[in-house]
Write a protein that binds this ligand. Sequence first.
Ligand SMILES: *[C@@H]1O[C@H](CO)[C@@H](O)[C@H](O)[C@H]1NC(C)=O
Ligand SMILES: *[C@@H]1O[C@H](CO)[C@@H](O)[C@H](O)[C@H]1NC(C)=O
Ligand SMILES: *[C@@H]1O[C@H](CO)[C@@H](O)[C@H](O)[C@H]1NC(C)=O
Ligand SMILES: *[C@@H]1O[C@H](CO)[C@@H](O)[C@H](O)[C@H]1NC(C)=O
Length: 817
Amino acid sequence: LFVIVFGRQTRCVKWRCGCGHVWRLLSLLLCFSPLVSGHIRYSIPEEMKKGSLIGNVAQDLGLDLKRLRSGRARIVSGESIQYTELKADKGTLVVNERIDREQLCGDVTPCSFSFEIILENPMELHQVTVEITDINDHSPVFKRNRINFEISEGAVIGVRFALNSAEDQDVGVNGLKEYFLTENENFILKQNSNADGKKYAEMVLQKPLDRETNPSLSLKLIAVDGGTPQRSGTVNIDITVLDVNDNAPVFNQSVYKATVLENSPKDTYVITVNASDADHGSNGVVTYHFSDLDSSLLNVFTINEETGIISIKGSIDYEKDKKYELRIEAKDQGGLTDLSKVIIEVTDVNDNAPTISVMSFTSPVSEDSPPGTTIGIINVKDLDSGDNGQVNCKIEENSPFKIKSNLRNYYTLVTDTVLDREGVSDYNITVVATDSGLPPLSVRRTFHLKVSDVNDNAPVFLQSVYNTFITENNSPGLSVLTLRAKDPDENQNARVSYILEETNVGGSPISDFVSVNAESGVVHAVRSFDYEQIKELLFVVKAQDGGSPPLSSNVTVKILIQDQNDNPPQVLYPVQTGGSVVAEMVPRSADVGYLVTKVVAVDVDSGQNAWLSYKLQKATDRALFEVGLQNGEIRTIRQVSDKDAVKQRLTVIVEDNGQPSRSATVIVNVAVADSFPEVLSEFTDFTHDKEYKDNLTFYLVLALAVVSFLFITCLVVIISVKIYRWRQSRILYQSKLPVIPYYPPRYSDTLGTGTLPHVYNYEVCRTTDSRKSDCKFGRAGSQNVLIMEPSSTGTMQRIQSDRNILDEPDSPLEVSL
Ligand SMILES: *[C@@H]1O[C@H](CO)[C@@H](O)[C@H](O)[C@H]1NC(C)=O
Ligand SMILES: *[C@@H]1O[C@H](CO)[C@@H](O)[C@H](O)[C@H]1NC(C)=O
Ligand SMILES: *[C@@H]1O[C@H](CO)[C@@H](O)[C@H](O)[C@H]1NC(C)=O
Ligand SMILES: *[C@@H]1O[C@H](CO)[C@@H](O)[C@H](O)[C@H]1NC(C)=O
């Protein structure tokens, strides 16, 4: 038995020093005292149920149950006796209470407790040792369930991080065996043991952390024991990766392209550049700048430092810059940078109107220029490009010109038809240049073209024929009519001269009759016309312009001379003879209506002016004769009687119908007698000489008286002057002053002769029976003689010896009675 017990004991690993051992040794010794009959050992696992059998004591001690009963076997003295109970009736030892090895022994192994079973009568003492073996009833446990690390991503490889240890209350194989770390790239686990055999673990960085890929790591540390079944404990390891500025900003494009319209207003959005920085926080804040920007562009574009928005700051003119290239830098707070390019293309806008410049322009242009004559060359430009710069040129109004494009941007302005200055003398040619933009812009330019004259038009008379009237006896130089010819040409080509074409009128050249003022076209009468000689003038006037060669046209001018009542009727019968007396005989037996005679008169005037009427002006016996008003026939109107005088004297007046009328009188002597001797006797004193002689005598006496009076007056004046001069000379001689002779103004020194130096004038003023009172002034040097014919009918004639007074234009002399 003992051996068995010891055999079991050999399973104990160690003995530990301590009082307990000493005490056990003593009790062991006691066991070997005569009282101690046996020592048994049992080994049971911990945590057995209450009542579980530990061992059959009776059997193991070789005692029967009676003995046990009689011996009143019981457990006495000992440690931890509460765990076991002795069932005396069965002789077994059972578990009385749950046995926790860890509580009972802690770390101590082997773990056992001992007690004595005592029997009385005879007293027997048996020692029982119960060894409690460990079972894996505890897991490894970490003190904290979470471990936090903050590790910079810049941490170098090999850095170690201590991890908390786990504890396992079990012992032996059931105790903590090893640690595991969840699979990861960055860390490996390194396990160590303390001197006391306690195991701990460390994390070692084997691959650098990158916050940008993995800002945090979540790992698990697992501790396992060696029991079966195995138990484990876990702790979470949270690793926060701290940022380091290890990333430069990166533009999302290496080149940005944008287009912008020219003339875009300020603040127009162009493009956004974007650089991202993988870093965190301030390390990832990117700002944008222009890099190495041309200073001229500084005023054109601006970039928002934070947002990267590029917008327009100044003016963009396609015509100046068609493309911009900007370099942009993105920078983080740590000074790391990236560069990119922005290419901005400017889109043309139709903001430039075409311009017209004149290369040459000829004005005036001659009206005989053929169609197609070049007037001007213009150049048209548009600063815009593409369609916006595509210029089309045309002439605005409907004009006889066209515009031709020969070279690019060059246009020639040519005439399209023949020009006529007389139709249109100047043109405003408006050229419009329009580009093809949307909306199109245009510019217009007006050319003022003058058409110069060519002598292509002959003068034209306003009338095809000129007819006019002029009254005879006109004053020479009288303007008859004005010819007008027009020439539509200009200046010298339109300067019309009027030329009288030579013809003959009645044998003398036309220029003897009329003249034409070359400038004014006024036709003048050169002389006084006499209707009785010329009734009309027909001539041709040429109008000629001053061109080279000159052009001309003709017109026929017809001047009709109108009659004036300038000739009195002339009595042809009865013939008026000087001195002799003619008488018509009327027999006393003549009946009523007897045709005595017929007065025949003519008038060289024409028309009304020659329409004669006859009237009886005076008659010895008015009741006897009448004169036919129209025909001038003198007829008796009553029976001639014996009482009628033989001598009958009739005065017949012949008048024309002119205005005023002119007349002539004729005296008709009629003898009423049956025989010629009777007539003769009567007519011997049939004279009116007596009356005439009386008149003559009177005139002679009057003339004598006048001459005598003048002579005496002269004598008196001369004597008075003589006396006056003699007295003057006496006074001057005494005062010794020079003698100044004095002459009365009207008298020259013809004193000695005593005759009148001047031919003296006389005037005859006579009132006729007509309404007019004409004064006739004789001229010095001309001898006017009034002749009173003894047989005159009273018509006064004036004879001028040297010339006909009627031809004198300023002599309005008329003879009328
Ligand atoms: C820059 O680009 C990234 C990705 O391309 C985007 O997520 C971010 O919002 C952009 N930033 C701006 C300011 O547009
Ligand atoms: C870059 O960023 C800008 C601004 O956010 C965006 O408009 C553009 O599409 C981005 N380009 C790429 C290639 O992602
Ligand atoms: C041309 O223009 C000028 C100035 O505007 C004007 O005086 C003239 O009358 C115009 N001539 C014609 C033929 O229209
Ligand atoms: C005008 O008349 C003259 C002679 O009378 C003649 O020689 C000339 O040809 C005429 N001219 C015209 C244009 O009729």
